[in-house]
Design a protein around this ligand. Sequence first.
Ligand SMILES: Cc1cc2nc3c(=O)[nH]c(=O)nc-3n(C[C@H](O)[C@H](O)[C@H](O)COP(=O)(O)OP(=O)(O)OC[C@H]3O[C@@H](n4cnc5c(N)ncnc54)[C@H](O)[C@@H]3O)c2cc1C
Length: 397
Amino acid sequence: MDLAFKPEELAFRDEVRAFIRDKYPQEIRARARKGWSYLPKEDHIRWQKLLYDRGWIAPHWPKEYGGTGWTARQKFIFEEECMAAGCPRLIPFGLTMVGPVIYTFGSQAQKDRFLPPILRSDEWWCQGYSEPGSGSDLASLQTKAVKEGNQYRVNGSKIWTSGAHKADWMFCLVRTKADVKAQEGISFLLIDMKSPGISVKPIVSIDEGHYLNQVFIDDVMVPVENLVGEENKGWTYAKFLLGYERTGIAGVGRSKMRLEMLKGIARAEHMDGTPLIQDPGFQTRLAQIESDLMALEITNLRVMASSGAGGGSLASLLKIRGTEIEQSINQTLVDALGNYGVPYDVNFPRAESNEPPAGPDYAIGLAAENLLKRAASIYGGTNEIQRNIIAKMVLAL
Ligand SMILES: Cc1cc2nc3c(=O)[nH]c(=O)nc-3n(C[C@H](O)[C@H](O)[C@H](O)COP(=O)(O)OP(=O)(O)OC[C@H]3O[C@@H](n4cnc5c(N)ncnc54)[C@H](O)[C@@H]3O)c2cc1C
């Protein structure tokens, strides 16, 4: 298989680069450099609307629903260029997760109601899957929905709900049948976060940021037309969605960008009077990361070129390697900073902060990011669970 880009793909890459150069607002660029994981919602909306106006907001969607009609390699180029330029990530809950579920399994009325505001970034979503007692063993979830006339009465609690405090809607797994195999009694409901009975409690993470929440659902009434697909078939839709979620987590473009940042810092930082980049021990570490990342990039491209998708065990594989490499880069960045990598409050200033940094500008946010992204091997299904999936699907163990 030929992995080199063809002339028309190189022309497409130039087009993407020119768009980013001309349209990516300078002030968001500056904030993203300080705290990419905690950009204000308005920055994400502004960037996503610029992409929407250009017709590039949903490369993975079919053209009939607002997708771009790009080849798998064009999608790869686009993602890579956006990440390499430090553009805000596309908030995945609507575009990458519930959108594909709705256009694949939803009713016409649901498609008409929900897809356009997702594309325009006018409505934000969160993912109500995990519960206090159900993470890896998600099928054991207990949030209950009981049909009363043309509504469901929903009771329960969801946890680790990223961005719930900013979301307008939550796609939510609920139990609609108890006396069957766990996976067979689950349904997929769309819940308006403004519904009476929804309350959101913040969970502050190890980096002192607010990204996570617990959502309490007390006697929340949900119209039956917000059920996606068939009742008790939600597990099928939930698994379909997870394939999309995990592929995006590989993050090759962003890791490439961070690797370049690491090299820059290693040139600037000194150890015993010598630039860190000349230290043989550091060089070995750098070379290991670089070769791992190249291998992941080629694997990612190969997957896309052969099947155009990364579902099932391939999504698991990309998720494991992508997050391992991301964590390894983050740790090496922090190590390279020496003193400025240790006390994370020193590097804490976020996009919205006016505090002057104590260390060099390039140290800002790196220790906090390293701590936050320890969770990358947990969210989207832990890496241990991904290994179990590979063991079952590929090795038939
Ligand atoms: C930053 C962050 C954001 C998140 N965002 C969301 C969100 O928006 N929406 C949402 O619904 N959820 C979200 N989650 C939850 C996430 O999906 C769960 O944390 C994850 O599925 C693991 O579940 P758990 O935390 O209950 O851990 P557990 O399932 O209790 O696992 C604990 C440990 O045991 C291991 N383990 C468990 N079972 C097995 C097994 N069978 N074989 C081998 N090892 C096993 C796990 O790998 C893990 O190391 C988020 C989590 C984090 C950390």
